[in-house]
Design a protein around this ligand. Structure first.
Ligand code: PXP
Length: 249
């Protein structure tokens, strides 16, 4: 069964808009777990625009499900990961001016730097995941660097759905699904775990959840957006039900 890891950064985004103490992402994580989240993900950005270091350590203390830490491959973030010891370190590219993570890591252009980073993470007994586009050359490069997990970027699929009036079966969307499908198969052939995420919603997740071989889906924005109207427990539970229905079909 595919696991659902819920990214709670957007709760901290709302809190930071007022630089106050609510809404508390730790409470959000607890609600998400009651709703069925199998893991909780947070991204500590260099500019600390949403999650703060104190959130990471508070989550570390109280979570009963795996904690995934998303970060850029910098010395500062390495130190943070080694201190917090999350169940998985998810390496992503980071740009100061981006609204969200915009593309996968270009691992091929920094094999040496990423190999050294992954070596430190692995020496700390944590698995390292590479967030990459559905591209065999990047998958090969991830393997070469020592990553044991690849997360395939589903953003291009999600954008194709939006560009086609939320159609899930037009040619452009089907092509993106096929790309993700081929990438998942290739990651598995290389002996790595394959996760997927970005831009997945209650409306489009079926197409990705039906791909064989994915271990975890990482979903944030759509779940937190729906929570405004339905509550976090309900929003997570709806997402989980959709994923399970597809798996049982
Ligand atoms: N996976 C990675 C690596 C991400 O950077 C993000 C966004 O923080 C997600 C998954 C979740 O994307 P979304 O918020 O669009 O569901």
């Amino acid at each position: 069964m595919i696991k659902l890891c819920v990214n709670i950064d957007h709760v901290a985004t709302l809190r930071q808009a007022r630089m106050t103490i609510e809404p508390d992402p730790i409470l959000a994580a607890q609600e998400a777990i009651i709703g069925g989240a199998d893991g909780i993900t947070l991204h500590i950005r260099e500019d600390r625009r949403h999650m703060q270091d104190s959130d990471l350590f508070r989550l570390r203390e109280c979570l009963q499900v795996p904690l995934n830490l998303e970060l850029a491959a910098t010395t500062e973030m390495l130190e943070l990961a080694l201190k917090a010891r999350p169940e998985m370190v998810m390496v992503v590219p980071e740009g100061r001016n981006e609204i969200t993570t915009e593309g996968g890591l270009d691992i091929r252009s920094d094999i040496d730097g990423l190999t050294a980073f992954v070596d430190h993470i692995t020496a700390g007994s944590m698995p390292a995941s590479a967030f990459i586009d559905a591209d065999t050359e990047q998958i090969d490069a991830a393997k070469q660097c020592g990553f044991t997990v690849c997360e395939i970027h589903t953003g291009p699929f999600a954008e194709a759905v939006l560009a086609n009036n939320c159609s899930l079966d037009c040619e452009e969307v089907l092509l993106e699904i096929e790309r993700v499908q081929n990438a998942v198969a290739y990651v598995l052939e290389q002996g790595m775990q394959c996760n997927a995420g970005h831009g997945l919603t209650h409306g489009n997740v079926r197409c990705i959840a039906s791909i064989q071989g994915i271990t975890e889906l990482h979903i944030g924005h759509s779940i937190i957006s729906r929570s405004i109207f339905a509550g976090i427990q309900q929003s997570v539970s709806e997402m989980k039900t959709i994923i399970q229905e597809v798996q049982h079909a």
